[in-house]
Design a protein around this ligand. Structure first.
Ligand code: ATP
Length: 301
């Protein structure tokens, strides 16, 4: 039945109303697939249910309807096969930087020797540029460094699926840019399957193979799957000069700013959604009028 590495089928989340009112349907009928080694970002306005979807994929929350299947097995709870990076780093404050990583690596591979655990952990700290701070506690690190530790820890445990909930949301623009590039480097080395929430259209285009677009809630839908076929390796300073960059960016911005509200609860775009999956969109093949450069100032939602 499953054709993708991760298959999300007919997911819905409803919360009961406090009184006798109707239940709140945050999103419904969310169906999409993620292939092995793919980097997928999801974008949508605040409250449409992105974090809830990510938590359901992680096994940390339960769907009201629908199912998530990973590698042929239904996701029924948390597992070391799925790693999560949150915006607030989630490091253990009493452990050193290195021990925050070795702790997770040891849990993942309990039979490994101490030396092997340390060697493996140091390699991932090095990949995020954190040599020399191994013995510092999280409180002695900057926000950017803490997020690097948390990314290194997630990649070091080599989960089959890595879930990232706005990992750079709390960082300043310069630090964010640097860590985005480190994330690209570490992903290109490991070819991890990644599902990431972001509010930043430019970040999504830089990182993703595909961007899932959600309409506004309540009754939000995963309406489009937007292809990002810009070749890799990608760099922040070069990607903006690629001829397809603004076509993709403007499509995303127009969909998010103009269409997602009007069409909340239905597919974004002029064509209706056919079948269970979101409409597949390649903005580089859409008419130029849809990608007017004047919308480019509204990039983060
Ligand atoms: N326990 C709950 N009871 C009722 N409603 C809830 C509960 N938990 C979450 N919600 C609602 O579910 C909706 C989706 O929340 P979620 O955090 O998944 O959205 P989001 O798209 O990730 O938002 P943001 O981009 O702001 O992080 C919100 O409207 C929120 O108020």
């Amino acid at each position: 039945m499953t054709s993708h590495f991760v298959e999300v089928e007919g997911l819905a989340k409803r919360f009961p109303a406090p009184g006798k009112g109707e239940a709140l349907t945050v999103f419904e009928n969310a169906s999409f697939g993620i292939d092995k080694g793919e980097f997928v970002c999801i974008i949508g306005h605040s409250g449409c249910g992105k974090s809830t979807i990510l938590n359901i994929l992680a096994g940390l929350d339960q769907a009201s309807e629908g199912v998530v299947v990973m590698n042929g097995k239904e996701v029924a709870g948390p597992s070391l096969e799925r790693g999560v990076v949150f915006q607030n780093y989630s490091l253990l404050p009493w452990r050193s930087t290195l021990r925050n990583i070795t702790f997770a690596v040891q849990a993942r591979w309990p039979r490994w020797s101490r030396d092997k655990v340390i060697e493996h952990s140091l390699r991932f700290l090095e990949l995020v540029g954190l040599q020399g701070v191994e013995q510092r506690k999280p409180s002695q690190l900057s926000g950017g460094m803490r997020q690097r530790v948390s990314i290194a820890r997630a990649f070091a445990t080599q989960p089959q699926l890595l879930l990232m909930d706005e990992p750079f949301g709390a960082l300043d623009a310069l630090t964010r840019g640097m860590i985005q590039e480190e994330l690209i480097r570490i992903w290109e080395e490991t070819h991890q399957t990644v599902f990431m929430i972001t509010h930043d259209v430019d970040e999504a285009i830089l990182l993703a193979d595909r961007i899932l677009l959600m309409t506004n809630g309540p009754q939000a839908r995963v309406a489009e799957s937007v292809q990002v076929a810009i070749p890799r390796p990608r760099q922040r300073t070069d990607i903006i000069h690629h001829p397809d960059y603004y076509r993709i960016r403007n499509h995303l911005v127009i969909s998010l700013v103009n269409r997602s509200k009007e069409l909340s609860g239905s597919a974004v775009g002029s064509e209706p959604q056919v079948g269970k999956y979101p409409r597949v969109v390649d903005p580089t093949r859409e008419p130029a009028a849809d990608t007017d450069r004047t919308t480019c100032r509204q990039a983060a939602i």
